[in-house]
Ligand binder design. Structure first.
Ligand code: ADP
Length: 258
């Protein structure tokens, strides 16, 4: 048990000029993919060339969140990633039919990820973001170990227990030689539109505790939002004029860029 040091060699040597940022979480449902998508779009809006790999192999949700309905095309054996809101995107979701479950194990997984890096025509990128699988299990560890040395963001909710599990994800990042960039506390509070008062519906202090444990900064506290009336999900919408948290994500992008 416990976290092992990375033994698998990196499958991609960081190219000069591209910053790799992995987005991790201790468990699912805390908003890791939401943060990945919105940060990617915010970076693109800040004028950066951005790619996003949905490396949450078994729980891919990025294509859906971004409303991508096309699939990659293949030209001269190279995979051309679809682009949305200025972000080039590759996801496992593009390569399975009708949301079929993914049952590949170790070696296939490595091959798949390898393809995501080496066979995809990313072009010149400033940032390549990776939405990692949640948790600290085998798959998460494998993927961590396969990735090039990169910077890592940890997403948590403010709840103490969530922060406690997130600490393990942080420890895993450090063990696999990923540099911790900081923490994002998502669903940090609910802000009343009427009074502007903040309600800490999921408790508070989790981000601070995690920050202390991992010795890294809290880069953003994203409030709890409500789904748009006519949409099933709240996540993708930074490109809308009325995205409630655009400022938060723009500030996060600015901190990432600095
Ligand atoms: P993860 O990638 O950690 O599993 P997701 O990004 O898929 O989590 O988010 C889980 C659910 O929570 C999604 O339905 C998403 O739209 C919603 N969600 C994420 N962040 C927020 C937020 N700040 N406010 C409200 N709902 C959110």
């Amino acid at each position: 048990h416990g976290i092992q040091a990375a033994t698998t060699p990196s499958i991609l040597k960081p190219e000069s000029g591209t910053t790799f940022i992995a987005i991790a979480s201790g468990k699912g449902g805390v908003g890791k993919s939401t943060v990945s998508v919105n940060l990617a779009v915010a970076l693109a809006r800040a004028g950066k060339k951005v790619g996003l790999i949905d490396a949450d192999i078994y729980g891919f949700s990025v294509p859906d969140m971004m409303g991508i309905e096309t699939r990659p095309t293949v030209v001269n054996d190279r995979i051309i990633p679809p682009e949305r809101f200025g972000v080039k995107v590759i996801s496992m979701g593009f390569f399975v039919e009708d949301n079929a479950p993914v049952i590949w194990r170790g070696p296939m997984l490595g091959k798949m990820l390898n393809n995501f890096f080496s066979d995809v025509e990313w072009g010149d990128l400033d940032y390549l973001l990776l939405d990692l699988p949640p948790g600290t299990g085998d798959v998460a560890l494998d993927i961590h170990s396969m990735l090039p040395s990169c910077q890592e963001l940890i997403v948590t909710t403010p709840h103490a227990t969530a922060a406690f599990v997130a600490a393990r994800a942080g420890a895993m990042a450090i063990k696999t030689n990923h540099r911790l960039l900081g923490i994002i506390e998502n669903m940090a509070y609910f802000e009343s539109k009427v009074t502007g008062e903040k309600e800490y519906v999921f408790g508070s202090g989790g981000g601070e505790k995690l920050s202390e444990a991992l010795k890294t900064d809290i880069l953003a506290k994203i409030p709890l939002g409500q789904p748009y009336a006519n949409e099933s999900d709240f996540a993708p919408s930074i490109y809308r004029d009325d995205h409630p948290f655009e400022t938060h994500y723009n500030e996060l992008a600015a901190r990432v860029i600095e």
